[in-house]
Design a protein around this ligand. Structure first.
Ligand code: GBH
Length: 488
């Protein structure tokens, strides 16, 4: 069955066919209480986009002088990726970027968040730049602009040059933060004539906890550090962010907008009473102590330092100044509520409520369904730190994505998820929370890290054998939202 009902099928379904009339009686607009929908609009000039990252879609890992990254090494280590795959070819975006920009065009989006592969630009992490690597992003950016799509570039979406891992132990070394700053400056010099918005680092919390810690999931480089080492890595990554901000200011076109893209620890009031709302604000500050708080305040909270104790990072006052270099916006990736919070009488002022085992989840085990996170995360970011420009740098879900006989994917669960999260985002913007744009994760199915190709997050289905892209029903949903600049 096609996803488009014919009039006749619709009439059959509603029993109206025998009557030969419309299924709905003509109602007087004035008398009918459902006759006047409230348009749930988003702000004028809202950026509607999709998001991807380099290693997850590009493929072409040996093309045009790209150096190896820690994800090449990791994915090629037997047993690390659930389906035994790697991203050598991924979605072949390196060659198909023009076609992929047409997919964006079909959605009607006006923005695109992609990431730049550091090992394409500096194959050894530092030293000589590889102009052919940069050329790919020049072509991509030019093609986006020619199609009326604003490029938002991310500098680091986890694909560290392997050379820095080998030489320095990756982010265990301060020198990696410094190398990241130099790379950021180089990119700023060459791309900010056309790229006006730059995200520094994607989800510090994720790649550090899973790449260097003992999290429930393992990611590259797959090093397991004790607490003190882990806190030092956190500090170096925050420092790398700050050095990148400074390098972009120094080398980029004046007016270039810069900020992080962090997986904010979304703290949602369990019940929206004034006391619990206050508790969720306190929790937001404490639970984001390692990244957002130090970036936005220039200090580690007393709670963070007390909790870390003897394992606290070693840092200088100068480091904190660099880390808190003023940003133009804050990007937050919002997938789920990390915590529901209630107020307490004790000194901390909040408690985290344990999740019941029956709490609903999407098709990925970790993906709890809590649309209110999409209201409270930006609302608390604005409330706690007076952030004036917020982007939702990612939001989306995997789904089972079973095709029907004609090959069409009716991903009603993804539509349900997106509609509910966007409803909460509209609640936020309608109240004046300064969210400037939203990037749906993801444009198309891609390499989902340790889950390989098992988990599909795209609005477009990708057949990885043929590289054919096909819109899922959710692509039509998203296109309708973007076209209306409102919930549909
Ligand atoms: C984002 O991470 C990434 O930025 C993106 O590259 C990725 O493709 C996308 O989301 C979908 O996953 O310890 O149980 O939480 C989202 C946050 C954090 C979700 C790590 C997966 C691992 C399992 N991710 N988490 S769990």
């Amino acid at each position: 069955m096609s996803h488009r009902f014919t009039r006749r099928q619709f009439a059959t379904a509603t029993g109206a066919v025998a009557l030969g009339v419309s299924a709905l009686p003509a109602a007087s607009a004035a008398a009918n209480p459902v006759a006047a929908p409230v348009h749930r609009n988003f702000p004028r000039d809202f950026a509607w986009g999709t998001a991807t990252s380099a290693y997850q879609i590009e493929g072409a890992v040996n093309e045009d002088g790209r150096g190896p990254s820690i994800w090449d090494a990791y994915a090629h280590t037997p047993g690390k990726i659930r389906d035994g795959s790697n991203a050598d070819h991924a979605a072949d975006h390196y060659r198909r970027y023009k076609e992929d920009i047409q997919l964006m065009k079909a959605l009607g989006v006006n923005a695109y968040r992609f990431s730049i592969a550091w090992p394409r630009i500096f194959p050894q992490g530092t030293g000589a730049a590889n102009p052919k690597g940069l050329d790919f992003y020049n072509r991509l950016v030019d093609e986006l602009l020619a199609n009326g799509i604003e490029p938002f570039a991310t500098l680091y979406h986890w694909d560290l040059p392997q050379a820095l891992q080998d030489r320095l132990g990756g982010w265990q070394s301060r020198d990696t933060a410094k190398a990241f700053g130099d790379y950021a400056g180089y990119v700023a010099q060459h791309l900010t004539d056309r790229v006006r918005n730059i995200f520094t680092i994607n989800e510090s919390a994720t790649f550090i906890d899973f790449g260097y810690g003992a999290g429930p999931v393992e990611m590259a480089p797959g090093v397991k550090l004790p607490q003190a080492g882990l806190n030092q890595v956190r500090h170096h990554v925050a420092l790398g962010h700050g050095l990148a901000v400074q390098a972009i200011r120094a080398n980029g076109r004046a007016g270039t907008q810069v900020g992080p893209a962090e997986n904010i620890v979304a703290c949602v009031p369990a019940i929206e009473t004034p006391a619990n709302i206050r508790a969720s604000e306190i929790a937001t500050r404490e639970m984001n102590g390692g990244y957002l708080t130090v970036i936005l305040e220039g200090r580690y909270t007393d709670g963070f330092l007390a909790y870390a104790g003897k394992d606290a990072p070693v840092f200088t006052a100068e480091d904190l100044k660099i880390i808190s270099s003023p940003v133009d916006f804050v990007g937050i990736n919002v997938y789920m509520p990390q915590h529901y919070v209630v107020a307490t009488e004790d000194a901390s002022g909040f408690a985290l409520v344990p999740f019941p085992s029956s709490f609903p989840r999407m098709e990925s085990d970790w993906l709890r369904i809590g649309p209110e996170a999409m209201y409270w995360a930006p609302r608390n970011l604005a409330k706690v730190w007076n952030v004036e420009n917020i982007y939702i740098s990612e939001n989306g879900t995997s789904a089972a994505d079973q095709p029907d006989a004609g090959g069409k994917i009716h991903d009603l669960d993804r539509i349900m998820y997106l509609r509910n999260y966007l409803t909460q985002l509209q609640r936020a913007t309608a109240e004046g929370v300064p969210v400037r744009g939203y990037f749906q994760w993801s444009l198309m199915d891609n390499f989902e890290w340790p889950d390989g190709y098992d988990k599909r997050f795209g609005l477009y289905h990708v057949d990885f054998a043929t590289q054919k892209r096909s819109p899922k029903l959710s692509a039509e949903f998203y296109r309708a939202v973007v076209a209306a600049n409102a919930l549909v």
